[in-house]
Ligand binder design. Structure first.
Ligand SMILES: [Ca+2]
Ligand SMILES: [Ca+2]
Length: 240
């Protein structure tokens, strides 16, 4: 957490020099479901006098509000919650607004950029947006809401978890078709086996046909010889 705050402060000090921006949003990039996380909005007042700023922070519906526990307003048409705060910051100082949320499910939560307005001159600034990965608390069971992406401790690669993981690990993920190279290998092996089976059977069928033909020819040959012998016997009687 300290590293994130230090990174945020460093970014905040350099951004005005490069982009003229003065708002930075920082938080944890990864969290386990059930945990809370703090979102810190830092505003650098680069004016020579104290200024009041208005902060508009659109909130994600994928998380519940812990502190403050209720949003200040809703964007009426879409019912999207947001905080609408004012903060007074002395010159050359970084002011902060911190709120705490608790993700409601596994996945990625995106916190869109914060909009800040300088209430004296009306100038507006935007922060960066932040993506937070919400992972499971492993319990040894790959449950219906879990998958390899957000719960790889419970759902290892190749699991039937409604997620095609595309790992080249020698296991064909049942959620993949031809995208998984391991499934392609298995399909190729099965195709080769089928081909060998057909070849073997072809040899057997061909061999059987040749054998049957030989037997038929032998029987015909024996039949002809027997007929000739009978004819010879009949001819012998006639001559007597
Ligand atoms: Ca689990
Ligand atoms: Ca899978």
């Amino acid at each position: 957490m300290k590293k994130i705050i230090i990174f945020g402060i460093v970014l905040l000090l350099f951004l005005p020099l490069v982009f003229g921006a003065k708002v930075v949003k920082t938080t944890q990039n990864e969290i386990n479901l059930g945990e809370t996380l703090d979102v810190r909005i830092s505003i650098y007042n680069d004016n020579p006098e104290e200024r009041e700023f208005q902060i508009k922070e659109q909130l994600s519906k994928a998380a519940e509000f812990v502190s403050p526990s209720v949003p200040d307003k809703y964007i009426s048409s879409l019912n999207i919650p947001y905080f609408d705060r004012k903060v007074t910051i002395p010159p050359g100082i970084v002011g902060t607004f911190i709120y705490r949320i608790k993700p409601l499910g596994l996945g990625i939560i995106t916190l869109v950029s914060t909009e800040v307005t300088d209430l004296k001159d009306g100038s507006q600034s935007s922060s960066n947006s932040v993506d937070i990965i919400v992972k499971c608390i492993p319990n040894g069971v790959c449950e219906s809401n879990e998958n390899y992406l957000f719960c790889n401790a419970d759902c290892p690669s190749g699991s039937a978890d409604n997620f095609c993981d595309l790992e080249n690990d020698g296991k064909c993920d049942p959620d993949c078709t031809t995208e998984d190279v391991d499934c392609t290998k298995i399909i190729q092996i099965e195709q080769r086996k089928a081909l060998l089976f057909v070849k073997k059977n072809l040899y057997f069928i061909f061999g059987s046909l040749v054998g049957a033909l030989a037997i038929v020819l032998l029987l015909i040959s024996l039949g002809i010889k027997r007929k000739k012998s009978l004819q010879d016997v009949v001819a012998g009687f006639k001559s007597i």
